[in-house]
Design a protein around this ligand. Structure first.
Ligand code: MG
Length: 298
């Protein structure tokens, strides 16, 4: 199933793709069960009503996708948890900071929900950075309340997957203008508006059979910058869910951003930051592809 969020920013409504170019709004389906709300409400019902929803959608009136804006598939997570330095290749390229050592437990960072944007929205470069960077990653969307879940059961709590870019302002992140190197700013550097393009849909877990074969690729103006797959992860997805749910109770619609491979602009020589006018293409193989143009924030 490919779940989409369609409509103007902050007025999106949840839907289901029934073909590559047609969709069915899911608000009437939710109303049958006395439920209102957006994608989180759909995710809440999905574990019980998945087959019922598929049957209902097969006879519901569909609409053309053309001309519609795709929003972020999930817009109201309670938590967005990103995992830093979670691929062997990225730990190696960042050896100036990591010493080449992987962490003993997942390094958890968070991003503001207001950073979410759609798969084709512009990414806005704020005036206080000149070191805008990309990180192509798999986003995991939680489908059931998860607290202290075990590694063995962790995947039962996943609704599906999205492509995402964990956009980061490197000069802000590393506290470049600070007097001491203590003052890294992960949250600020990753939370500006539009710094988390996601989508183009939420692909349900049954559509992905081997996560380790999911590829991660980044293109900037058609130049390939990142090219890896999820076998590169230090901590796999079940380990991340078990680890995060030890300290943060997860809810349907919450998002885990699982880790970038090597090839970020910051560690290129010379660095290859994103500039206004660039087109960033974020490809998560078998899950989805984003295409976002970089623009100067007004
Ligand atoms: Mg990241």
């Amino acid at each position: 199933m490919r779940l989409v969020n369609i409509g103007p920013l902050e007025s999106e409504q949840p839907g289901l793709l029934v073909d590559d170019d047609r969709w069915v709004p899911l608000t009437p389906f939710l109303a049958r069960y006395g439920v209102s709300g957006g994608m989180n409400a759909v995710l809440g019902l999905l574990p019980m009503l998945r087959d019922t929803l598929a049957d209902w959608a097969s006879t519901a009136t569909s609409h053309p996708l053309e001309g519609q804006r795709l929003g972020a598939p999930v817009t109201r997570p309670r938590s967005i948890v990103a995992v830093g330095a979670n691929t062997r290749s990225h730990v190696a390229e960042a050896a100036v900071h990591t010493g080449g050592h992987v962490a003993k437990r997942p390094m958890l960072i968070t991003k503001a929900a207001s950073a979410l944007c759609g798969p084709h929205d512009p990414i806005l470069r704020p005036s206080d950075t000149r070191k805008l960077d990309y990180e192509t990653e798999l986003a995991v969307v939680i489908g059931r309340a998860a607290s202290h879940v075990t590694h063995d059961k962790a995947m039962d709590y996943v609704a599906g997957y999205m492509a995402c870019s964990d956009v980061t302002a490197r000069d802000i992140q590393t506290g470049e203008d600070e007097e001491a190197d203590f003052y890294w700013q992960h949250f600020r550097s990753k939370s500006y508006s539009t710094f988390l393009p996601t989508g183009p849909w939420l692909l349900t877990t049954d559509e992905v059979h081997d996560l380790t074969k999911v590829t991660l690729q980044t293109y900037v103006n058609d130049e390939i910058r990142q090219n890896s797959d999820l076998s590169d992860l230090v901590f796999d997805v079940p380990t991340l869910i078990a680890s995060v749910s030890e300290c943060v109770p997860l809810l349907p619609g919450d998002i885990l951003v699982t880790g970038s491979p090597a090839g970020v602009g910051h560690f290129m020589s010379p660095p290859g930051y994103l500039e206004p006018g660039d087109t960033l293409r974020t490809v998560v193989g078998g899950v989805g592809e984003l295409r976002n143009r970089i623009e100067e924030a007004q």
